[in-house]
Ligand binder design. Structure first.
Ligand code: F6R
Length: 261
């Protein structure tokens, strides 16, 4: 995988937004897989700025969710559907019909999971999937020991992830759902380009394990090692536990700038 070390989250956002804009120039109806949480916000801000400046055309772009809480009422402001509508669909001027997501309110959750995997395949598959990483190494909500071949399914969040996400629920862990629907690791690996963004020191150990550790279900993000086109974009703080940081810097510096990520 390619590791790109950037000075800060704004630079990471700009780099990834430019990759998305370039993809949309080649494939105007590209399906962009979007993550939620704090980390990807600079990407969406940078892409929206490019749209306003006429440097990116999202008029035919499509987006799809990575995961969703189970059991939040429809329209809850912290449901990932609401977050993606607010942070991505509206700023990019997309219509709701260009947006795919799993139904976290479904009575039959297993059927909703199957339906979502089918919908992604029928949409032609994800062109670029943006990922964050949990402090426990999760991608999507594939918590440690998730099958590396898993499909979209229901998962139970670890206590660590519920603590980490309590900040979106007034700091009250009691409001954080226990269950989620998440694209499986096998589902995620089907995207044509995986781009993981990690910022801040809290992610440094998870990033090092994912990039330099062995492939292991214990560190779900290590599954990126299996993908032929995986890019890991980290700021200096998130790169601080990487043994090969200097090698990654030198490799990226030597790359022709037109090549992108
Ligand atoms: C969110 C998701 C999670 C987050 C991860 C990091 O859709 O799939 O894997 O990317 O928990 O969250 P932040 O960016 O808030 O630290």
């Amino acid at each position: 995988m390619e590791v790109v070390i950037v000075p800060d989250s704004a630079a990471g956002g700009e780099l990834i937004a430019e990759a998305m804009a370039g993809l949309l120039r080649q494939k105007p109806d590209a399906l962009l897989g979007v993550a939620t949480g704090s980390t990807p916000l600079p990407v969406y801000e940078a892409l929206a700025a490019k749209v306003r400046a006429g440097e990116a055309d999202t008029s035919r772009a499509r987006v799809c969710q990575l995961d969703e809480y189970v059991g939040l009422p429809a329209g809850h402001p912290e449901s990932y559907r609401s977050v993606v509508l607010r942070e991505v669909v509206e700023p990019l001027g997309l219509s709701e019909s260009a947006f795919l997501g799993p139904d976290g309110t479904a009575e039959d959750v297993a059927a909703a999971c199957l339906a979502y995997d089918r919908a992604l395949a029928e949409a032609g598959g994800v062109d670029l999937q943006l990922l964050g990483i949990g402090t426990d190494g999760h991608i999507g909500f594939n918590e440690p020991c998730s099958s590396l071949a898993s499909r979209t399914r229901i998962k139970t969040l670890t206590e660590q992830t519920r603590v980490d996400n309590a900040r979106f629920f007034d700091g009250d862990i009691g409001q954080v759902p226990h269950h989620v629907i998440t694209q499986g690791i096998g589902t995620i690996l089907e995207a044509r380009h995986l781009v993981l963004l990690a910022t801040g020191e809290a992610k440094a150990d998870a990033v090092a394990l994912a990039v330099e550790g062995p492939l292991s279900a214990l560190v779900p993000a290590s599954a990126l090692q299996l993908h032929p086109h995986a890019t890991v974009v980290v700021d200096e703080a998130a790169a601080s536990s990487l043994k090969l940081a200097d090698y990654f810097r030198a490799t990226y510096a030597a790359k022709p700038s037109w090549q992108g990520i």
